[in-house]
Ligand binder design. Structure first.
Ligand code: HEC
Ligand code: HEC
Ligand code: HEC
Ligand code: HEC
Ligand code: HEC
Length: 371
């Protein structure tokens, strides 16, 4: 054993080629972006690259530390700065620790194990980049074809999470697995990393076939296009004596999982407003969400508490993939009174966001005029 490792040290010291290869752990995205420019640009716009720098996360991390101790911090960094597990940089002194879910982390995942309470990635930073292509050559790193990188399992390691109470906080992967898309082999990548135009590598480094790149922006609920793909609504209005009856059909037609999915603080809100020609404006709303509570039944409305303390579901009114819910509303508006009926869909992110614009977005509206 001893002789073996001495020999290895000897080879490492005496071979200039091996010394030149970066072997000491995760590389910065900036380094990858030197060649993979278009992909780096996309990734920079993703919430993955902001998972550490985001004000919302930093505030939550601070609260987790002060309320729940340093162990909580370790839990949070496990997904928001996954390179730390290998570098041990809990003081966050390295640049790469601030890059959140960075290139070298995802492309150094070798396998995913589903044995145990949570999906677990096996990661080795050995300068071999795993990806969707067979037999491609790079001047600075090894390459390896990986079926895992075209599968939802890769995403499960952070998008499916059971906490120390045994409570499932994040269930996006299992929602997908139970739904119709898994059966059709439409993985997370087909909706979040579809192919777009772009050069895999800067043409000055290497000319590659011009068949595009996989989107690295990861558009989700912060993308209006995705929200509009996710929800279809229909508005029906009728008069019945002194009552105005409004029905809104809400369908999750485009998301591969529940809407909303992910953090239990997310909500889809349907607001109905009736403005009669004369008289007071009337409002009603429905909320689609999963409300969670701690062991004692206190409803949790901060991400740090949700991740660490959630123990039960209080209510769950979310929309499963392809599910339609018919929502009925009745307003006291007599026949003959003209009014405008409006249905608005709002996506609500988090009560801890600093401004209203970061807190929620209105993405879809319908309007009817009734006599
Ligand atoms: C298993 C991986 C995992 C762990 C552990 C984890 N998170 Fe997260 N976190 C996520 C994912 C995935 C999302 C995005 C979910 C979504 O989009 O709804 C998220 C979202 C968030 C958000 C919302 C960010 C936004 O832009 O709205 C905050 C804040 C947050 N986490 C804080 C924490 C804190 C604090 C901890 C530790 C107590 C923690 N997280 C632990 C995976 C994790
Ligand atoms: C000096 C330029 C250069 C740098 C720096 C570089 N790459 Fe590459 N990379 C390439 C080339 C060239 C290819 C092959 C592309 C082709 O032929 O289609 C490649 C291919 C890849 C592939 C595809 C592998 C496969 O089999 O599917 C991945 C993934 C990848 N690189 C990730 C990275 C990551 C992550 C980094 C930073 C840690 C990085 N690269 C740094 C030039 C570079
Ligand atoms: C969340 C994980 C994740 C992160 C972060 C990530 N990638 Fe990827 N990347 C993937 C997956 C998954 C694929 C393959 C998708 C498919 O084929 O369906 C891919 C594909 C690639 C490819 C092959 C060419 C292509 O577009 O298909 C290259 C090169 C690459 N990534 C480089 C990078 C670089 C450089 C960064 C950082 C700037 C980065 N990736 C960040 C998961 C990631
Ligand atoms: C190492 C952990 C990790 C892995 C692996 C990972 N994610 Fe994420 N993902 C996160 C975290 C953390 C967030 C939330 C970041 C925040 O908002 O601060 C997130 C957010 C997202 C979002 C939300 C975007 C939005 O608009 O809010 C989408 C979509 C997403 N991830 C898709 C994927 C897909 C698809 C894969 C697999 C190819 C993947 N993720 C792999 C940790 C991860
Ligand atoms: C059929 C297309 C489709 C598939 C498959 C799909 N998604 Fe999504 N996803 C969407 C759409 C559309 C949205 C925007 C609506 C929303 O936020 O619920 C979204 C939103 C998200 C969000 C943001 C949630 C939030 O509110 O912050 C995350 C995280 C996410 N997806 C992760 C995943 C992961 C992980 C997988 C695979 C296990 C996956 N998605 C599979 C279409 C899809």
């Amino acid at each position: 054993m001893l002789r073996c490792s001495c020999l290895l040290v000897f080879i490492l010291i005496s071979s200039p080629f091996l010394l030149a290869a970066p072997t000491q752990g995760p590389q910065s995205a900036e380094y990858c972006g030197g060649c993979h420019r278009a992909i780096e640009q996309g990734w920079k716009e993703s919430v993955h690259s902001q998972a550490m720098e985001s004000r919302l996360f930093q505030d939550a991390l601070e609260m987790a530390k002060s309320d729940l101790g340093t162990r909580a911090r370790t839990v949070c960094l496990g997904c928001h700065s996954p390179t730390v597990a290998a570098t041990g940089d809990y003081a966050l002194a390295l640049k790469v620790s601030w890059e959140g879910i960075t290139c070298d982390y995802c492309h150094s995942i070798r396998s995913v194990s589903m044995n145990g309470p949570n999906p677990k990635a096996l990661v080795e930073y050995n300068n071999v980049m795993e990806g969707p292509w067979k037999d491609v050559v790079s001047p600075v790193h090894g390459t390896a074809y990986s079926a895992l990188h075209t599968s939802s399992l890769l995403c499960a390691t952070c998008h499916q999470y059971r906490n120390a109470q045994g409570f499932s906080v994040l269930t996006t992967y299992s929602e997908w697995e139970k739904g119709p898309y898994a059966a059709e082999h439409k993985g997370c990548q087909s909706c979040h990393m579809y192919r777009v135009q772009g050069e895999v590598v800067d043409p000055r480094v290497k000319r590659t076939p011009n068949d595009g790149i996989n989107l690295h922006q990861m558009p989700g609920s912060h993308s209006l296009t995705q929200l509009n793909k996710a929800i279809r609504g229909q508005l029906h209005v009728s008069h019945n004596g002194g009552q105005l009856q409004v029905e809104v059909d809400v369908t999750n037609q485009g998301a591969g999982h529940m809407v909303p999915t992910g953090s239990p603080l997310r909500k889809l809100i349907l607001e109905v407003t009736v403005a009669p020609f004369s008289g007071k404006t009337l409002h009603a709303e429905r909320v689609f969400a999963r409300v969670v509570a701690d062991q004692k039944g206190n409803v949790l409305n901060r991400e740090d508490l949700v991740f660490m303390k959630a123990a039960k579901v209080v209510s769950d009114t979310r929309l499963a993939p392809m599910e339609t819910k018919k929502e009925h509303f009745i307003f006291n508006v007599p026949q003959g009174v003209q009014s405008t009926v409006e249905a608005d869909f709002i996506y609500y992110y988090s009560p801890t966001a600093a401004t209203k614009a970061q807190q929620e977005v209105k993405f879809l509206s319908f309007r009817r005029f009734v006599q």
